[in-house]
Design a protein around this ligand. Structure first.
Ligand code: HEC
Length: 103
């Protein structure tokens, strides 16, 4: 399964680099694996409270939530801290990645 996921990465990276303005699912996945997965899990299959599932959530909702955590209009000690280091580009990429996963 892991092998399959890695095999798909170059394909995703290629199709999304055709439009340089488009969010990069490939970059979103690396960021998610490096930063988010320790709590939310990479595909959110085994996510447990208090970590809400992210897979298949609306792209715009995820972007909004992360921006609100970043500017602290939504409060969570953990997420304010984490979102504080994300650029707009990171947020777009991560939201593109999680929103396309099967919930
Ligand atoms: C140290 C654990 C931890 C890490 C790492 C983490 N989160 Fe979270 N996340 C949480 C917790 C706890 C909540 C619930 C906070 C709350 O009540 O608002 C949350 C909430 C969220 C929500 C809100 C979901 C909803 O249902 O509204 C989003 C979106 C989110 N995280 C995205 C991310 C992303 C993207 C990353 C990686 C950049 C990440 N998180 C990394 C712990 C974490």
């Amino acid at each position: 399964m892991k092998l399959f996921a890695y095999a798909c990465l170059p394909v995703l990276g290629l199709s999304f680099s055709l439009n340089s303005q488009a969010a990069s699912i490939y970059a979103g996945k690396s960021k998610a694996a490096a930063v988010c997965a320790q709590c939310h899990s990479i595909r959110n299959i085994s996510a447990e409270a208090p970590f809400p599932p992210l897979a298949g959530r609306d792209d715009a909702y995820l972007q909004l939530a992360l921006k609100q955590y970043r500017d602290k209009t939504r409060h969570s000690d953990i997420m304010n801290n984490i979102a504080g280091s994300l650029s707009d580009r990171d947020i777009n990429n991560i939201a593109a990645y999680y929103s396309r996963l099967q919930p």
